[in-house]
Design a protein around this ligand. Structure first.
Ligand SMILES: Cc1cc2nc3c(=O)[nH]c(=O)nc-3n(C[C@H](O)[C@H](O)[C@H](O)COP(=O)(O)OP(=O)(O)OC[C@H]3O[C@@H](n4cnc5c(N)ncnc54)[C@H](O)[C@@H]3O)c2cc1C
Length: 387
């Protein structure tokens, strides 16, 4: 069955800004339904190297992926899956002794059941789309021209289409200029993210509970760290975990240090940031000290822990936002932003059925659900870290 498209006789031409995981999923979802789409991405390519983030995926995120992807591609994504058994969220003290556990079901109505390496997922989503994703295009703004949208690039060029989806992350320039800035709620905390390559000595010292799960270690004076050991699926399922030869494995241990925000942190280089975390954990369990010592300096990054107030859309029906361009969910805690992938699935269906109504419905859902997701995330941070 062909598309049912508002008053238009042909499918709308959709521009997506940002090759984010939700942006790419949307592009697949549109293409699958015969809607022409082009993605503009500022980076020259997507590297699977520097930052390590794991996406905790819940039933909503999987439903979004299933709606957007072909059966083959969906299966390839599922191969990245590491099943979580996260019935209990265990908290540790700085000597890595268990302090207490909270039932995950009490923290979220849709607890994550699987975890995927973010950049690997993005690489799979990029496969088969070379004609659709245009790298090296930084979008600086957009304008509406009657029933069309035009985006401007940093080099002065332009591209035009019928609909625009900004999936270019929380610092989206086009969103700020034309839809308004995201209003951010500050928790007064800052997160420093880092990772170290996996090594046998480090790995065997960490309690098994840290495998694939972001476990909070509660420190003194409003400080904490979450730690998670990630291994590719095949090995993590193997019975020989402790004894396995880990050399050559492309796994990693990632951590997030949570500290009260200090204004001077923003100006610090990576070496200074590394020193601050070394100081924080100096008297902690030797495995944590080793983890921070061995962390890759260029992989360190600092970000304030903030949440956004959902953005009131400008109801033109031609442009909308997706992912953290629309909603910033704090990047610590056990909640997922699986809704961004779910949103991508519903937006692809909506645009295919009736472009303007599809965008308006998407805006309204993000407003309604955005409030509840952000509220849940803040509550969870408070409960997890006792702040
Ligand atoms: C440390 C950390 C941990 C996280 N953990 C989880 C988790 O466990 N589970 C979960 O579900 N989510 C998690 N998230 C959130 C998750 O990463 C995002 O929700 C998800 O990636 C959605 O993508 P995004 O909208 O943030 O866009 P991003 O991933 O930020 O991607 C935006 C893309 O747009 C491009 N871009 C930016 N500006 C422009 C421009 N002007 N022109 C063209 N292109 C541009 C960027 O290069 C980038 O490729 C985490 C985030 C962080 C930072």
């Amino acid at each position: 069955m062909g598309p049912v498209l508002g008053q238009r006789k042909t499918a709308p031409n959709v521009l997506v800004v940002g090759a984010s995981v939700p942006g790419l999923s949307l592009a697949h979802g549109l293409r699958k339904r015969g809607v022409p789409v082009t993605v503009y991405e500022k980076r020259e390519h997507i590297a699977v190297e520097e930052r390590k983030t794991l996406l905790r995926v819940d039933k909503w995120a999987l439903a979004g992926l299933a709606s957007c992807l072909s059966a083959d591609l969906y299966d390839r994504c599922l191969e990245l899956r590491n099943a979580l058994d996260d019935a209990l969220l265990t908290h540790y003290d700085t000597h890595l002794c268990e302090v207490h556990s909270v039932e995950a079901a009490k923290m979220s109505s849709a607890p994550a059941h699987t975890v995927m390496d973010h950049e690997r997922l993005r690489t799979i989503l990029l496969a088969g789309m070379p004609d659709i994703v245009r790298f090296g295009h930084t979008v600086t703004g957009y304008r509406e021209l009657r029933d069309r949208v035009g985006i401007r690039f940093a080099d002065g060029g332009e591209a035009h289409g019928d609909l625009l989806v900004l999936a270019d992350g929380r610092h989206s320039a086009a969103r700020d200029a034309h839809l308004g800035k995201l209003e951010l709620l500050d928790t007064g905390l800052v997160a420093i993210h880092g990772h170290a390559p996996i090594e046998r000595e480090l790995f065997t010292q960490l309690p098994r509970g840290f495998l694939l799960h972001d476990r909070p270690i509660l420190g003194p004076r409003r400080t904490a760290m979450t730690v998670c050991a990630y291994l590719p699926q095949a090995l993590s399922r193997s019975a020989q975990l402790g004894a396995a030869g880990l050399a050559g494995l492309r796994g990693y241990v990632k951590w997030t240090s949570v500290l009260p925000a200090r204004s001077e942190l923003a100006g610090y280089g990576q070496a200074m940031v590394h020193e601050i975390v070394m100081e924080q954990v100096a008297s902690w369990h030797p495995a944590v000290v080793q983890l921070v010592t061995q962390s890759v300096e260029r992989g360190l990054f600092t970000a304030p822990i903030q949440a956004s107030v959902p953005l009131q859309p400008r109801r033109s029906g031609l442009a909308t936002t997706l992912g953290s361009a629309a909603r910033v969910v704090p990047s610590v805690g056990v909640l997922t932003d699986g809704l961004a992938l779910h949103d991508a699935g519903r937006l692809a269906v909506g645009i295919h059925q009736d472009e303007r109504a599809g965008i308006a419905g998407h805006d309204q859902r993000m407003l309604d659900e955005g409030n509840s997701v952000v509220g849940q995330a803040l509550e969870q941070i408070e409960r997890t870290f006792n702040f």
